[in-house]
Design a protein around this ligand. Structure first.
Ligand SMILES: Nc1ncnc2c1ncn2[C@@H]1O[C@H](COP(=O)(O)OP(=O)(O)O)[C@@H](O)[C@H]1O
Ligand SMILES: [Mg+2]
Length: 164
């Protein structure tokens, strides 16, 4: 046990609140690492990723990586933060070997990864932080959000969030 906080839970967030959580995490993001976005289809993974990217100054169209599997962005880093962000959606990844062709492995040590459907990588990519979004009964415009650190990098990321 490190004694570090490893999990934060938020209840019944509307879309604006989900987006501001994304911005808060982006503001204290590490230069490299992997944020896994979890939840069913329509849970808000791409919405979260888009808000994260916008808050880092991405102004153009943010395309969904549904078919390309990866969309790269060069951004102006916040202090200690990423200058390159890769948004991945691995739903259509047929085989983890495809990650080689996408060239994403070569980027792992100098880019921040936002990944939807990380489970499709079958352990070839590993999360530092996991965001889980789930719907709320009777409140279609709200989501419960759990933010869980799954590595020391993730714990440090959460600690910076707690300090803001
Ligand atoms: N509280 C909320 N948080 C996130 N998205 C929400 C929320 N309420 C409604 N939505 C809507 O739900 C949809 C989520 O879609 P998307 O982000 O593409 O999901 P996913 O990538 O998980 O499949 C969007 O149309 C978004 O506007
Ligand atoms: Mg999506």
């Amino acid at each position: 046990m490190t004694g570090a906080e490893t999990e934060r839970r938020y209840r019944e967030l509307d879309q604006a609140a989900v987006e501001s959580q994304a911005a808060a995490l982006a503001a204290v993001a590490p230069a490299a690492g992997l944020l896994s976005l979890r939840g069913e289809l329509g849970a808000g993974k791409s919405t979260f990723a888009r808000a994260f990217l916008r808050s880092l100054g991405v102004t153009g169209t943010i395309r969904s990586p549904t078919y390309t599997l990866v969309e790269p962005y060069d951004v102006t880093p916040p202090p200690g933060g990423p200058s390159r962000v890769l948004h991945l959606d691995l739903y259509r990844l047929a085989d983890p070997e495809e990650l080689d062709y996408l060239g994403v492995r070569d980027e792992a040590d100098h880019a921040l990864f936002l990944v939807e459907w990380l489970s499709q990588a079958h352990g070839e990519l590993v999360a530092d932080l996991e965001i889980s979004l789930s719907g709320c009964a009777d409140r279609p415009e709200h989501r419960d959000l759990v933010c869980r650190a799954s590595s020391p990098f993730g714990e440090a990321w959460l600690a910076r969030l707690a300090a803001t």
